[in-house]
Ligand binder design. Sequence first.
Ligand code: SF4
Length: 343
Amino acid sequence: MSEPVLEISGLRKYFDVDRSRGGGKVYAVDGVDLSIGPGEMVGLVGESGSGKSTVGKCVVRLLEPTAGSIKIHGRDVTHLRQRSLRHLRRQVHMVFQDPHSSLNPRMQVGAVVAEPLRMHRIARGKDLTRRVDEMLERVGLGPEMRSRYPHELSGGQRQRVGLARSLVLEPSLLIADEPVSALDVSVQASIINLLLDLQRDMGFSCLFIAHDLAAVEFLCNRVAVMYLGRIVEESSREELFKHPRHPYSQSLLSAIPLPDPPVQRERKRVVLTGDIPSPVNPPSGCHFHTRCPVAELPLCRDRDPELIAHHGQGHRTACHLVHADGTAPDITKGAGPLVHHET
Ligand code: SF4
């Protein structure tokens, strides 16, 4: 198997809480393992507050990890100093949720897209202009856009500029942090299609952070589900969308209508009660036990389930009730019997 482009092991990111607010720590990311292979699109999903954006920001080193390791192409970049970060910045780029605030309002589009090429001294003069125009064309914008300012663009055009800036150095890894959630529904699909075309064309790997499961199903090869700082389930897209094992993943997916009417009729939507608990004081044992419809006490409250592989190598779940053969409780058919899914 080829070497992973990104390999995250035991990643933790804790933030200190101000003493005036009671002190303590926010356990934003609390032991995440994840790898992404060449050309893979991996979706990282979960409610707000699950820690998924913090994982992305640690990878591009906008945040300093508290513990764990991050390797890019086998090189440990976890604690790189500022000078060595230059090399990382060529290989890994991030595209942000809000294209309005992520673009400098005083810079013309041409200067925004040219900035990474200038900073890394890759092109100048006519060559620079040519590369900027090529990149703009790749994201569906004409060369006339070069002289525009961000406030003159629509939300969709601004996100295209954000993608052009992130991809102009042809990075091997793109971290896309909710890239369409701030856009009108009418333009979300065009940006998602564009991202898929660019990925196929340029071959980069991508960590796609999202709460829109339909977009993840459309784009990603593999999916990891996060809850309160931890990955609770990870598998191929097909496996996860057809046979989610973890009760939290099942509740998230139960909100998506199935294209098969008889199966859809049998399934009930599971609405979790209460908000995601505070990462300052996460519940003991399985973090999900305070909201899980099938929690078994005291087991789930007292013991932390490990993320273990079952039912083939690629599917991992952190739940005491998921067995080695993949048998799991199906909360969409009532909390009672264990159901074995054939794959
Ligand atoms: Fe629910 Fe227990 Fe499984 Fe956690 S370990 S998801 S509380 S059944």
